[in-house]
Design a protein around this ligand. Structure first.
Ligand SMILES: [Zn+2]
Length: 271
């Protein structure tokens, strides 16, 4: 709890212990960052999350080869089962998987509540035919897709690719990480706020705005009922991220929606 609010961190990356250090180093190299939480394991997430006052975590990991999809989805599901109600899991998908429907059915059977993709790290555009097939199946199954969006260095996850997808799949729920466009936050919000099937999260965004008022403006342009709280663990410290969020001049009702209500509704969580 934070100031009486139930807190769901809807954007947490976790890795198996054996490869966690390498995976964290890979993300650091990709973004030129130094992860605030160097381990990237569930144990570390639960520990720093507790310090931050986080009540529940939505965990995910991204496949960079088709072969990894099944093992990652099983890894996430196993951790959810072990964590006794503290974690909700998202599966992942790779656009070159031979049997996308089969993998989606497996993911759903594992009890995973959505799909996480990262077009920039996967190095496939978000409108690749394999992803388009997956969006159709997600619409049918009622599973939201959390995707990394935006990067001034690449075009794979640009709003210009996402807008036609939002139009083609009106029943698909997309959560565009980082206000729909990392590093192009304001441009993305301006272009995409009008699409009702797009939700966003505020991870990896708040400290990079020139003024906290810009973040408040982005929240209100989408509407607080379409924004989720997330930290992008292990890249940032959940303790510091809570402080960045609490520094925003939002109403209690807006905070309640962003901290927990929107994630509960989108992922069908009974917490
Ligand atoms: Zn992410």
């Amino acid at each position: 709890m934070v100031n009486g609010n139930y807190v769901i961190d809807a954007h947490c990356h976790i890795y198996p212990e054996k490869i966690a250090a390498r995976a964290v180093a890979g993300t650091d190299a990709f973004y030129g960052t130094t992860a605030r939480c160097p381990q990237g394991t569930v144990a570390e997430l639960l520990e720093v999350g507790k310090q931050a006052g986080t009540d529940h975590f939505i965990v995910q990991s991204v496949a960079t080869t088709p072969k990894q999809v099944r093992s990652i989805n099983e890894f996430i599901a196993a951790n959810v089962a072990e964590a006794k109600g503290l974690l909700t899991g998202l599966g992942t998908m790779h656009p070159l998987c031979e049997d996308i429907r089969g993998e989606m059915e497996h993911l759903k059977e594992l009890g995973l509540k959505g799909v996480k993709i990262h077009p920039d790290i996967q190095a496939f555009p978000l409108d690749h035919p394999g992803f388009l097939e997956m969006y159709g199946i997600c619409s049918e199954m009622g599973l939201p897709v959390l995707m990394h969006t935006g990067d001034y260095r690449y075009d794979y996850s640009n709003p210009n690719r996402l807008i036609p997808v939002l139009e083609q799949f009106p029943n698909l729920t997309v959560i565009g990480a980082h206000f729909g466009g990392w590093s192009i936050w304001e441009e993305a919000t301006e272009k995409m706020a009008k699409y009702p099937n797009l939700y966003v999260d505020c991870s990896s965004s708040l400290p990079f705005m020139e003024h906290p008022e810009i973040s408040v403006k982005l929240v209100r342009t989408y509407g607080a009922n379409r924004v989720l709280y997330g930290t992008d663990f292990p890249m940032w410290s959940p303790v510091e991220e809570i402080d960045h969020f609490l520094a925003l001049d939002l109403t209690e009702e807006e905070r309640r929606l962003i901290f927990s209500e929107n994630a509960k509704t989108l992922f069908g969580l009974d917490l």
